[in-house]
Design a protein around this ligand. Sequence first.
Ligand SMILES: *Cc1c(COP(=O)(O)O)cnc(C)c1O
Length: 416
Amino acid sequence: MNVVLQTLPASLYDVNRVRADFPLLGRKVHGRPLVFLDSAASAQKPVQVIETVKTFYETEYANVHRGAYWLSEQATRRYEGAREKVRAFLNARTAREIIFTRGATESINLVAATWGRATVQAGDEVVLTGLEHHSNIVPWQMLAAEKGIVLKVVPVTEDGRFDWESYETLLSSRTRLVAVAHVSNVLGTILPVQDITAAAHAVGAKVLVDGCQAVPHGVVDVRAIDCDFYVFSGHKLYGPTGIGVLYGREALLRAMPPYQGGGDMIASVSFEGSTWAAPPQKFEAGTPAIAQAVGLAAAIDYVESLGLESIAAHETTVVQYATERLAAIKGVRLLGTAKPKASVISFTLAGVHPHDIATILDREGVAIRAGHHCAQPLMQRFGVSATARASFGLYNTRAEADALADALETVQRIFG
Ligand SMILES: *Cc1c(COP(=O)(O)O)cnc(C)c1O
């Protein structure tokens, strides 16, 4: 992903115009203007997405892939059009490589339950990193328990980087899969997924990249990365909940057994036996999240209309400014200072529990996350049980960074 300044300089990115697209950002919380700094958990939705979903339900909604009538054909065109939109967004070779799921979590579980079960044998190894989200840990633990495979974990350095030397020593001819985050949801670290993939392929392993925190913040090209699987969730990309994506290399998808059985995933069904449809339908049993897919396509249109490079440049200036302000506050410890880094700042404040920080900030209208961020192994690595986390999106401003830092200074004065 590209976080380098390109196209529009950040100064020409009209963040106030962007904010006007997000109705929820105009509301007050506890009588204060809302300062929303939790987009890494889920992003707010622009009116372009909200209206697209509403209009779709009002004028074009029907089930897909079934009816011979106009409305169903129209809904199918919109649903398959969304698939093509995602294909272009990720630069996949063909829309047959794009599977719609309920979210990144389901995408990873799908790979573990199908490719994983069909491929791994006792003694095989799966390599993860110490900064993975639980969604990219637990499905592999379940596979390990079932198949007797071994999970190897690449350690995280003190400044939050992926430890390349350890990675190289963990890779071997026993490695079947390397499953890594593209961007850490706690530290913001951007991992060198292209190099990670090349090294994995050199030992014959496949690579799954968890792109949840990458796609909202920069251009992603699965062909350039050359990974075998790439997953993300719609709701962190300013789209609806209940829709996610699994990109998979076509040859792999063809060889993989189905995930769930049901309607839409079959070629034929009889009581003697059934045959499967080709990908992607093979992995989309039952009625899919039709309007959510249409909403995701609208979200992709939205971020592309602003330009992902411009979004990245804008966010980088805001995050750098926020980082400087927080670093200047007595007792603040920043976790994950390594560059390159995307739009997440995790921190602790000496003497104050992260939950108390978040509760006090909330009274000021500042919404941040506190907890383990679904990454308990990473918390253990840094010797904390929780952190406070401010995460930034395309709509956040320097003034909001100031609101965060000012509120934190107040907390520090009271408790620190
Ligand atoms: C949010 C997140 C997930 C899980 O996504 P869901 O939408 O909850 O399925 C997985 N990995 C990372 C890095 C995330 O940030």
